[in-house]
Design a protein around this ligand. Structure first.
Ligand code: IYR
Length: 224
């Protein structure tokens, strides 16, 4: 065996017939198509084990040179949630009153968002996804991570799919700027906040905007 393959192991996977693949791919699509961003949460507790499973699913995402350049901070402490809400609302207040363009504000109208973020205190868990822009193994010695945004974006997608699969809901929240999260959660200098994701059960009878998704003719271009 060549040197390169010495530390390779057999890849084991589940296999399906073409017919099974068609059924599985369609039913997974239909399942994922039911995912919606929800802004109204219940405060009903969620078992921590579920959160662990969801995050470990996110952490199976591919990453540049398998550096897994992510840290998931899970906030359930009411005082910390309150501080996060206050800091996010302070930033959003500025966003909605001058920092966002008129076009941007118009584009957001269908979602009825505003600077008030009660979900940051109501949802039982806030998952704060941090990207790790580098690693420090020894003092003053930086080790590179690669394709950090792509890698953490993929992990975020896996996270949302796992939340949906567990039967919970999430809101992909990107208060900006987000550096207040590093301070409030006392994160090290190599980490930058990437996404803030409240997770939990939806409130009773939640509503979501009446959206449609692009069809396959709009998102797929085949080159046969
Ligand atoms: N960060 C703001 C504004 C906002 C921006 C986009 I683009 C959205 O899809 C939704 C909201 C907020 O969280 O309200």
């Amino acid at each position: 065996m060549s040197e390169q393959t010495e530390n390779f192991i057999p890849y084991v996977r589940d296999t399906y017939s073409e017919e099974e693949m068609k059924v599985r791919s369609q039913s997974f699509y239909e399942f994922m198509d039911k995912r919606r961003t929800v802004r109204e949460f219940s405060d009903k507790p969620v078992p921590r084990e579920v959160i662990d499973h969801i995050i470990m699913t996110a952490s199976t995402a591919p990453s540049g040179a398998h550096k897994q350049p992510w840290t998931f901070c899970v906030v359930s402490n009411p005082e910390v949630k309150k501080k996060i809400r206050e800091a996010a609302e302070a930033e959003e207040e500025v966003n909605y009153n001058g920092r966002m363009s008129d076009e941007w504000l118009k584009d957001l109208e269908p979602f009825a968002t505003n600077e008030h973020k009660p979900f940051l205190e109501i949802a039982p868990y806030l998952i704060v996804v941090f990207k790790r822009v580098f690693e420090t193994e020894e003092e003053h010695k930086k080790k590179n991570n690669y394709y950090v945004n792509e890698s953490v974006g993929l992990a975020g997608g896996f996270l949302l799919a796992a939340i949906h699969h567990a039967g919970l809901v999430a809101l992909t929240h990107t208060p900006s700027p987000m550096n207040f999260l590093s301070n409030l959660l006392d994160r090290p200098a190599n980490e930058r906040a990437f996404l803030l994701i409240p997770v939990g059960y939806p409130a009773d009878n939640p509503t979501v905007p009446d959206l449609t998704r692009k069809g396959k003719e709009d998102v797929i271009v085949y080159y046969d």
